[in-house]
Design a protein around this ligand. Structure first.
Ligand code: DAT
Ligand code: MG
Length: 151
């Protein structure tokens, strides 16, 4: 299997709304593997680094204020196609446009409170994992069900 890793974060709204287990469960039941997880309150400076590519957008300041407004669950998930399929599980950026069945489609209403972040490609996944985690925080291990997930 061609394993890849992606960075997924439950934003402060998802944490405050009690959706941690619900969101983790969707990735876990799919067959993806959790290889890193922690809870932290990011500083505004850290949020600005995370969203650096959006710094020219009008909502940038509010977005960074919001991300640093409370605890975030930072995670790395591993699996075949996890970067692209993780985005599918998450749904469109604007929950008004996310399909039912997706995390944002089922659990969020407005774009400024869309509860979850996921890396949008291999390059950003690598950069975001490096920004949020030390290498030794990533755990490599085997799950017995892998042979039933991948054949
Ligand atoms: P995504 O989180 O789906 O990768 P993005 O990278 O374009 O979306 O934007 C990052 C976050 O910024 C997004 O999750 C919510 C916020 N955002 C995006 N577009 C917005 C807008 N038009 N108004 C307010 N917030 C927005
Ligand atoms: Mg993005």
């Amino acid at each position: 299997a061609e394993m890849e890793r992606t960075f997924i974060a439950i934003k402060p709204d998802g944490v405050q709304r009690g959706l941690i287990a619900e969101i983790i469960s969707r990735f876990e039941r799919k067959g993806f593997k959790l290889v890193a997880i922690k809870i932290l309150i990011p500083s505004k400076e850290f949020a600005q680094k995370h969203y650096d590519d959006l710094k020219e957008r009008p909502f940038f300041n509010g977005l960074c204020e919001f991300l640093s407004s409370g605890p975030v669950i930072a995670m790395v998930w591993e699996g075949e196609g996890v970067i692209k399929y993780g985005r599918k599980l998450i749904g469109a950026t604007d929950p008004q446009k996310s399909e039912p069945g997706t995390i944002r489609g089922d659990l969020a209403v407005v774009v400024g409170r869309n509860i979850i972040h996921g890396s949008d490609g291999p390059e950003t996944a690598k950069n975001e994992i490096n920004l949020w985690f030390q290498p030794q925080e990533l755990v490599s291990y085997t799950i017995n069900a892998e042979k039933w997930i991948y054949g």
